[in-house]
Design a binder for this molecule. Structure first.
Ligand SMILES: *Cc1c(COP(=O)(O)O)cnc(C)c1O
Length: 379
């Protein structure tokens, strides 16, 4: 089945009790049992909920995986993956990734004795060099937030497969419409569902998708034992969001390309970070492993002052100044003071994330209007 059809039909079965075409919001905490231990497969809603079940099936289908698990947020999904590990285990991860992931690793899990090694994963040799006998997991994000660095998932998978190490990929920026890491050899795909999958800036949710049944059992055990499950209303909203993922991503990609090229030709704009430029260092890999380049763009101004960046950030009208991304409406963000403020300045600058970097989540409005808005703001 083609992706566009999957997005509409994944996880959709008429409701068994009424025939409702949309899976209802099963707003219940528990299920009445016919006799002790005799139930219809649902006992208590932390463990099972029919709305969540439909969504988890949909998530698996659209990522070309066998199993999906939904969590109360993206970071809760990441948290579940790290809980597969034990003190002393090592994780090799990207040195440029979502600030909240970095915070979870450094501020929470380091205290439990998990060791994280941050490397530039865009060169897979760095990944191979960081792996030791204690490495149990490689954590990738591609393209990265906010610098749009691209890592070759298949090349990293070749390393992890040969050494029996798990490979997890944060696929939030690409969405399942543009990139399917399981097809490239990853073991676990993680999503901040909050972003493109939800697509309407109205839900916080996370997901994990995998193929291996044992791995699914371990992660399901963590999901129900630790309890970071999403509510049924949120699952319903994401089921609705997924139906338009294909058309939304197409529009995000078209608008993203228009705006990236426009920015690049603007006399006041400095470097533009977007993986669709042929001279982007990750272009060849992005072209190989992605079906489109997405709607996320970062750029610097030639006048590289924080004040000038803040002036632009405060001057747009269609682009709203806000954290998050992946909704139908355009957002503008200042990573240094907003999404990535949890990364120490020194660390940020070292990894190329300057104080004046501006990140855009290009929505699906008319591109002419978006360009006019940016033109007025940049001046
Ligand atoms: C937002 C985001 C997360 C965290 O997800 P939440 O839903 O906010 O918990 C993780 N990774 C990336 C790339 C993100 O953009």
């Amino acid at each position: 089945m083609k992706a566009a059809t999957k997005f509409i039909h994944a996880g959709a079965h008429p409701d068994p009790s009424t025939g409702a075409i949309m899976t209802p919001v099963y707003q219940t905490s528990t299920y009445v049992q016919e006799a002790p231990g005799v139930n219809k497969g649902f006992e208590y809603a932390r463990s099972q909920n029919p709305t969540r079940k439909a969504l988890e099936e949909a998530l698996a289908v659209i990522e070309n995986g066998k199993f999906g698990l939904a969590f109360s947020s993206g970071v809760a999904a990441t948290d579940a993956v790290i809980k597969l590990l034990a003190p002393g285990d090592e994780v090799v991860c990207a040195n440029d990734m979502y600030g909240g992931t970095y915070r979870l690793f450094t501020k929470v899990f380091e205290r439990f004795g998990i060791v994280f090694k941050y490397v530039d994963t865009t060169d897979v040799k760095n990944v191979a060099a960081a792996v030791t006998e204690k490495t149990k997991l490689v954590w990738l994000e591609t393209p990265t937030n906010p610098l749009m660095n691209v890592t070759d998932i298949a090349a990293v998978a070749a390393i992890t497969r040969s050494k029996n190490i798990l490979l997890a990929v944060d696929n939030t920026f690409a969405s399942p419409a543009l990139q399917n890491p399981l097809d490239l050899g990853a073991d676990i795909v993680m999503h901040s569902v909050t972003k493109y999958l939800g697509g309407h800036s109205d839900v916080i949710q996370g997901a994990l998708i995998m193929n291996d049944a044992d791995l699914r059992e371990k992660l399901y055990f963590i999901q129900k034992s630790c309890g970071a499950v999403p509510g049924p209303m949120d699952c319903f909203l994401v089921l609705r969001g997924i139906k338009t993922l294909g058309v939304r991503m197409k529009a995000h990609c078209e608008n993203g390309a228009r705006i990236a090229h426009w920015l690049r030709n603007h006399p006041k704009v400095g470097k533009v970070y977007w993986p669709g430029f042929e001279d982007h260092p990750g272009y060849a890999v992005a072209k190989k492993q992605m079906k489109g380049f997405g709607g996320m763009i970062s750029f610097e101004l030639k006048n590289d002052s924080v004040e000038e960046a803040k002036r632009v950030l405060s001057s747009t009208h269609l682009f709203s100044l806000a954290e998050s991304l992946g909704g139908v409406e355009s957002l503008i963000n200042h990573p240094a003071s907003m999404t990535h403020a949890s990364i120490p300045r020194e660390e940020r600058i070292k990894n190329g994330l300057s104080d004046s970097l501006i990140r855009l989540s290009v929505g699906i409005e008319d591109a002419d209007d978006l360009i006019e808005d940016l033109a007025k703001a940049i001046g």
